[in-house]
Each structure stands twice: as C-alpha cells, then as structure tokens.
Design a protein around this ligand. Sequence first.
Ligand code: FAD
Length: 589
Amino acid sequence: MAVLEVRVPDLGNFAEVPVIDVLVQAGEVVEAESPLVTLETDKASMDVPSPYAGKVVEVSVQKGVKVSKGTLIAKIEANVASTAATPVAPAATSAAVPAAVAPAAASQPAAQPLVTRHPKAERHVQVLVIGAGPGGYTAAFRAADLGLAVTLIERWPTLGGVCLNVGCIPSKALLHAAKVVDEAASMADHGITFGAPKIDLDKLRGWKSSVVGKLTGGLQMLAKQRKVDVQTGTARFVEPGLVAVDDAQGTKLLSFDHCIIAAGSEPVRLPLVPDDPRVIDSTGALELDAIPNRMLVIGGGIIGLEMGSVYASLGAKVSVVEFMKQLAPGADADLVRPLEKRLRKQFEAIWLGAKVKAVSAEKDGLRVTFEGDGAPEPQLFDRVLVAVGRKPNGKVIGADLAGIAVDERGFIRVDKQMRTNVANVYAIGDIVGQPMLAHKATHEGKVAAEVIAGEKRSFDARVIPAVAYTDPEIAWVGVTETDAKAQGLRYEKGMFPWAASGRSLAQGRDEGFTKLLFDADTHRVIGGGIVGPGAGELIAEISLAIEMGADAADIGLTIHPHPTVSETIAMSAEAFEGTLTDLYVPKRK
Ligand SMILES: Cc1cc2nc3c(=O)[nH]c(=O)nc-3n(C[C@H](O)[C@H](O)[C@H](O)COP(=O)(O)OP(=O)(O)OC[C@H]3O[C@@H](n4cnc5c(N)ncnc54)[C@H](O)[C@@H]3O)c2cc1C
C-alpha cells in the first residue's frame, strides 16, 4: 500500500479559490474518481476527485479555507491494483480499445478474472450491449460515435425498451389526451361549454401507437446510420466472457471485449392476485383495450396515478389503494396535497394506509378485500391494475454464471464508472438501481460507453429529477424537505404560490407552488419541488442551478420571461433573499 498525495489541480484563471465542501474524512475508504472536496470559482463549483481507490489517511483542508494550484488536499493509502490502473487511457480513436482499462472499484465484490476471446464463441465482438432501452441504445450509439464496433441485442422486435414501447412515451400520449378532455370540460366554468367527448378507442390507440412507432422507427434509422449491428434475440450469460443469444433460428455464442448490460426491469407481480385477463399491469393498461366501469389501481406511486388519471378522464370510475399514508411517497407531502385534492374529486376513492388482502375472480368482476387502518369494505371491480413497482432483470440474464455480482433483489452492483465486479462488464439503467428513470439510464449509458472508449468519465451528476406527469404535475430534484429534516441539514426555504402567478391564473389554475431549499450557510440551492401544470418542464432549471452550484442571488437575479410560471422559480429565490415584490413577505429577523 502506497500513501499518495492528492493536490489541487491547475485552476485556470484563478489563483486562489475557496473550499466550499469537504466530502471525505480520515479513515474513509474511497473509490477512484470519487470527489474529495468541492472548490468554488465565481462562475461554478468543481469537485476534485481522488485519482486512487483506497483509504483516506489525512485530509489537509477544511471548509472555508482558500487553496491554490498544488495545495495538498489529502493523503490516500492507495490500493496497489488501483494505482497501477489509474493512468487514464487516451480518448479513443477508431482503433480498437483494449479490454479492461481498470479493475472493479474497492467497494465491489471480489474482482473476477477477465475472459475476452472465448474459445467456444462463434463470434467475437468489440462492444456487446444487451437491451435496447434508453440505457442500452444510448450506450450503443455513443460507443459507435466514439469509433467502437457495437453489437446491440434486443429481445423485442423494436428498439426503445420499456420507455418508448410500454412506458414514458405511450403513457404521456394518453395523459395528453386525458388533459385535453379535462381542460375542455373545465372551460365550462369560464364561459365555453363543449359537448361530452366521444371517445373512439381504436383511433386513440392508433394515435398512441403511431407516436411510439415514429420514435422506435427513428431509433432503427439512427442505429443504421451509426452502423450499430442490431440483433433480435434474447441474451443470457452462460459462463465468464460468453453470452448465448437465443432467437428463432437457434442459439449463437458470442464473446466480447466489453459488455454493457442494459436489460432493464419488469413490473412486480402480486402473488395474491389471480391470473385473470381482467388483472393488468402498466403494459396492459397502455393497450387501452376497453374503458372499464370500475377500476382499482393497486399502488399510489407515479405509474399508478398516471394510468389512473388517464382512465378516469376517459370515463372509468377509478379507485386507488396505497399502503403508505401518502400518494407518490417519494415526494414531499406538501407537493402531493394539491394533487390529492384534485384526484379525490376526479377518482371514485383514494384509500391510504390500506392494502389489498385478497382478490378473487368472479363472473361479475374481481372481488377485492382490503386490510389496514384506511381499508374499505370488500368491493367488486371490472379491472384491477397492479402498479406496485418494478423489479430489475439482473437475475434472469444468468449474470451469476459469468461471475457478475447480483444482489438478492436482482440489481447488479456497479461503481461510478458503471463497471461491475467483472472488469470488462458494465451495467446501466433500471438494472443497477433506483431511481428507475429513463434519464438516469441514458446518462449512465453515456458514462459506460465513454469509459470503455478510454475517456476519463464517471457518474458524477449531483441530482436526478423526478416527475409525476399527473394533473397537476409534481416534480422534485435534489434534497427533499423530508430528507433534509431526516438528515438534520441546515436549510432554509423560499416559496412562491402560483395563486400569485399571472400566467397560472390566466390558465385557470391557482393550486400550484414552487419551493426552493437553500443551504443555510452558503445560500446555494440544494433542492426544489414544484406542483402545478407543467412542473415537469420547469424542474430542469432547478436541476441546472444545483449542478452549477447556483445560489439564491444567481437565481433571483436571472431575468425570467413574463408572464411565465418559470418566474415562480426566481420569485422563490427572491422570497428567500427578501427582495420579492410580487408578494408581501415579512422580513426575516
Ligand atoms: C408506464 C411507465 C411509465 C414510465 N414513465 C416514465 C417517465 O415518464 N419518465 C421516466 O424517466 N421513466 C419512466 N418510466 C421508467 C422508464 O421506462 C425506465 O426507467 C427506463 O425504460 C429504463 O431504461 P433501461 O434502458 O434501463 O431499461 P428498459 O427500458 O427496461 O429496457 C431494457 C430492454 O432490454 C431488453 N431485454 C431485457 N432482457 C433482455 C435479454 N435477456 N436479451 C435481450 N434484450 C433484453 C428489453 O426487452 C428492453 O427492451 C416509466 C415506466 C413505465 C412502466
């Protein structure tokens, strides 16, 4: 074990900059590329990463001190293997990139020996990507753009994975249709009355499918333009370094220099629910084969609420049962309240703190019995939508046969470079952990491809935004207030109610609000939440502000266009700063 020094790198035009955060302490074990301290310049903040995996022996700087190029940050007792592998490979050209640029990180399970050209393989490929969802196709395209030869294996006939085929995109198309129905009806209060909507399910379904088709067809074209070799078949590991691909013609055995597993996730099934065509999951709900009279949604998370909203707007009597005491349990309770208020009017019932005890298939419907504090009497439904979460596909691809560590829930463990415990096998997207979101998968896909191509990259995004595309939408990013309280963070809040937003009122809505959380000492924004129509579009500004290390003044002094609901972000910052004029906020003592 060598003790190595980490010093402040070249700071460009800046001679001296303050340390605004110290992210490690002596005795802590760090991975290569994990940040040690955060420095701040006038314009941005930057993390200084540890070039080595190992144990922090000494931290030589404190929060608040100024440092310059060469200042000692920390001493690391580096793992020998990691230091040997530390020099970063140059950015790839079209030449082949050697396999295994670095071993698995320290926190990974035991590193496995590397197998590349396998004697049993019929074909050897440079980069093998398993699964063509947002993670897989992004990784494949990025790797191809970096000059690598890529083979992409997908079991479904179209590219795009869950997101494009049976997730994000079809659900948003149907939510758009639902919103038009609701907005048209709501205009009756403002002097414009439309007749009851006539819903042609075949046409609506056809439109939804055409949206999906445009995108998946586009991906096919993008793959072709990049010369990505797309193969339809189901991939599974059979032993270290060897993948079998099963298709209608039989089985092919492939070996690879590098493999990226992007096999995603599946809906969780409830064992107590019978195998009956009237029981559906999100994929079944998106097929939109009929509008049931009474529909029960089991699970009040984002997917359950989105699908429930669609069916309610199209005429079904929708009830939701949620085990927790709150809908959309990941979001702060105050953000969920306006949504719950609106859904209670739109849905037949919302039962919180209750769960399904049994479901029996009867001729007239599905009889559901409930238990828990908020449980109703047994009821009969025409359809039951199970939306209780998704489980990763880690256990169904035979990863264990290749020595790839998969945890008991089916997640594949990876380091910040998306590398598994097998040095030339990477994993990305839903299969590596929460949040199971498409934008996390695509970001990870780029990281994996760039690391394989020899770029100095790791997953260092500070935050991943989350959005419920309900009406109103809820969006949040960074630290939630619930987390801030639980972690005892010193934070302060700036809020702006949309009842005071001209744009929101002009859209006939007043229930939304925007809130920003700031570090009490630095006034940097650390989190934000928005509820209201279009919240999902607005949250990106707060994400960017957090990534850039913006403080309240940066946000408040940025001129926002008027009248927009984006102004409410600036006004929340002004409310915190005490400079807001659109509301009267008593001065903070
Ligand atoms: C109804 C619904 C709505 C959603 N809405 C949103 C949203 O609005 N925003 C958002 O960010 N996320 C949303 N999600 C989640 C999002 O779809 C996932 O997070 C995202 O698709 C994960 O991408 P992925 O690449 O990891 O995996 P997936 O998209 O799951 O793709 C995995 C691919 O791998 C293929 N595959 C699996 N096993 C094999 C194998 N053995 N061999 C070959 N191919 C294989 C699968 O067929 C699939 O195409 C939604 C999900 C659902 C179900």
